[in-house]
Structure formats: C-alpha cells, structure tokens
Design a protein around this ligand. Structure first.
Ligand SMILES: NC(=O)c1ccc[n+]([C@@H]2O[C@H](COP(=O)([O-])OP(=O)(O)OC[C@H]3O[C@@H](n4cnc5c(N)ncnc54)[C@H](O)[C@@H]3O)[C@@H](O)[C@H]2O)c1
Length: 325
C-alpha cells in the first residue's frame, strides 16, 4: 500500500487504474488538465468524464494541472510525496497528433521532460511508470511483436512516445529513477471518449448508422479490454520484477476490423457493414498481435476478456448508460 500520483489520471485508462489501486488499499492522487482533442460536435467528453469520475470522486484527491507547467507539478510532487508516479497524460490519438503536431510535441515530449525534471529533484519516488504505445513499433516486421521488435514509428504520435521512452531510460541511468514502460494497444471499453475505432463502431451500430470498413477491414489490431489493461498497469507498477523493464500490455491477439464489425453486428442486430476504399492519405502502420509472454511470465498478467466478451460488456454499457441520447 502506498500513495500513487496518476498524471493524466482523469482519463480513460487512468480512472480504471485508480479503481485497481483503491481496491488494493492504495491512496490515489490525480493530476490532470482535462484536455480533449475530439471535435466538440462529435464528442461526449463531458458526459464520459462525469460517468468516469462518478465511481472514484469521493475516494481520490483530484488536482487540476498541466504537465507542461513544471512549477505547478513540482509543487504537487513535493506536497503529496507519492511513492510512485504514473504518466498517462498525452495527446493520445495518432491521427490528431499528426494534425496538431506541435501540441503533440509540446505535451508528449516537452511535458514528459517536465515530469522527469521534477522527479530528478525529489527523493523517495520508488517507481516512475511511463505509458508508451504499440505505435512505437511502426509496421510490424513479425507478429506477435515482442518488446525487442525494432521501433520505427510512422507518425508524430509514435515518434513522441518513443522519445519519451528514451528519455525515461536516460533519466533512469543518469539520475537513478526506477522506471517501468508499458506499451498498450487499441484499448476499448466503457467511457473511452477519444473516438477510436471501437467507440465509433459501437456508437454507430447503436444509433443505426453503418460501420464503414476500409479496404475490406483486413487491418488487424490487438484490441485490449480496459479492465485487463488496468490490471496489467497495476501489476507492473507493483512488481519488483518490472523495475527498468518494458512490457506489452494487451490482449495478445491480432483481430481484424472486419471481425470487430461482425462481433458488434451479433450484439446489435440489423447493423449494416459497408466497405469503402481508403481515401485518407494518412499512413498508419500495419500491425497485429503483440507478444505478451514477458508480462505473463514476470508479472503474472493474464488478460481475461476475449474481444467477444469485452465488446459484449462495452455494448451493454453504452446502451444502458444513456450517453447517446
Ligand atoms: N487508449 C489506448 O488505446 C492507448 C493505446 C496506447 C497508448 N495509450 C496511452 O495511454 C495513455 C492514456 O490514454 P487514454 O486512452 O486514457 O487517454 P485519455 O485522453 O482518456 O486520457 C489522457 C488524460 O491526460 C490528460 N492530459 C492530456 N494532456 C495533459 C496535459 N498537458 N497535462 C495534464 N493532463 C493532460 C487528459 O485530460 C486526460 O484525462 C496516453 O499516454 C496514451 O498515449 C493509450
């Protein structure tokens, strides 16, 4: 048991991780700027934020602050004296990071440096957990991709995330900060507000709008249910075996967008699935399954939800939460 500072903890992954920590008896402090990069006309951010925080609001301390404001963050760090710090705050959307590239550099890169600079100036932090991404790998050269797979990111997002990993390792070597790096992929489930493909498909199906597959929907992603991912973060944060290690924390399976659409169609009958040629010039890496054997072996990580089971829970949540009304 200890005190954990979740930076970007009011986000999708952060709140689920907060619940894991609270269940284990930890004290949780959240530092978050409430930033959202989705077009307000398409976003239900406020509703999701409200739903997300509802379960934990009375059990955690929430401090509003931006990671780019080093003075503010440093003051919080000195006052709160956490045992560990988890960095989740980022511009977390690959496409938006290409569009708003300066913001991505500013938050994901400059912001990460501000956190590391603060950490080097305090004693007593037992672990810094940096949230990276499977986008650091770029096009998969083989699948399942293990942590030793070459890192050749294709976009600004993956580039800034990889830079953050490198700086995390550098600060660890120079200033003795013990770290753990986690690379998640395609996390899905209740209260995600970043309009990733799983959210778009589920909401479209429930609203009676078609699910659009590009080029037949053959692209594969390692879709990972939020509860499994939060458990993986928790195990990595707590395990001494995770010190100065990097882990893929995903389901460990590559599933195509066509499969995702068909699973949703089973859950929401009458859903229409249509195929269109890809129109966007934007390049996304060809990905698939990540190898999670390292996390299984060292951390005892065991994701429970198949895509079918996770989607069932997600669809039921969206239907019953009333968020689409
Ligand atoms: N969700 C996924 O599929 C996925 C996959 C790979 C990696 N990741 C990484 O996981 C982390 C969390 O992602 P998420 O899905 O929970 O996203 P999210 O947008 O729900 O959460 C991010 C949180 O960070 C906060 N934030 C953003 N910029 C900030 C800043 N400058 N200062 C302080 N707070 C700031 C936001 O307000 C938000 O609450 C991110 O680093 C993301 O890159 C997510």
């Amino acid at each position: 048991m200890g005190k954990v500072l979740l930076v970007g903890g009011a986000g999708f992954i952060g709140v689920y991780l907060a619940k894991e920590l609270l269940n284990a008896g930890d004290e949780v402090v959240i530092y978050d700027a409430y930033l959202n990069y989705i077009d307000p006309a398409k976003s239900n951010y406020d509703t999701f934020l409200h739903l997300r925080l509802e379960d934990i609001r009375d059990k955690v301390k929430i401090i509003r602050g931006d990671i780019r404001n080093k003075a503010r963050f440093f003051t919080v760090l000195k006052e709160e004296k956490p045992e560990s710090v988890v960095l989740l705050a980022a511009l977390p959307i690959a496409s938006a990071s290409n569009t708003y590239s300066e913001d991505a550099m500013d938050i994901n890169l400059h912001g990460t440096v501000q956190i590391l600079e603060s950490l080097r100036q305090v004693d007593g932090i037992k672990r810094f957990l940096y949230t990276s991404s499977s986008m650091t790998y770029g096009n998969f050269e083989y699948a399942p991709a293990d942590e030793k797979h070459p890192t050749n990111p294709m976009g600004v997002y993956g580039g800034t995330k990889l830079a953050g990993e490198i700086l995390t390792r550098v600060y660890s070597k120079q200033f003795g900060i013990d770290y753990t790096i986690i690379r998640p992929s395609a996390v899905y489930g209740p209260t995600d507000a970043n309009r990733r493909v799983s959210q778009i498909f589920v909401e479209n199906a429930i609203k009676g709008k078609p699910l659009v597959l590009h080029d037949g929907g053959s692209s594969k992603l390692d879709f990972s249910y939020i509860e499994d991912v939060a458990k993986g973060f928790f195990l990595a944060l707590k395990s001494p075996k995770a010190i100065n290690q990097t882990f893929n924390i995903t389901k460990g399976e590559g599933r195509s967008l066509k499969e995702l659409a068909e699973i949703i169609k089973e859950l929401v009958p009458n859903t229409q699935i249509i195929s269109k040629p890809r129109t966007k010039a934007e390049k996304s890496p060809e990905r698939g399954a990540l190898d999670i054997s390292k996390a299984k072996k060292l951390l005892g990580y065991a994701p429970k939800y198949s895509l079918e089971e996770g989607m069932k829970k997600y669809v039921e949540y969206v239907k019953s939460s009333g968020v689409l009304k």
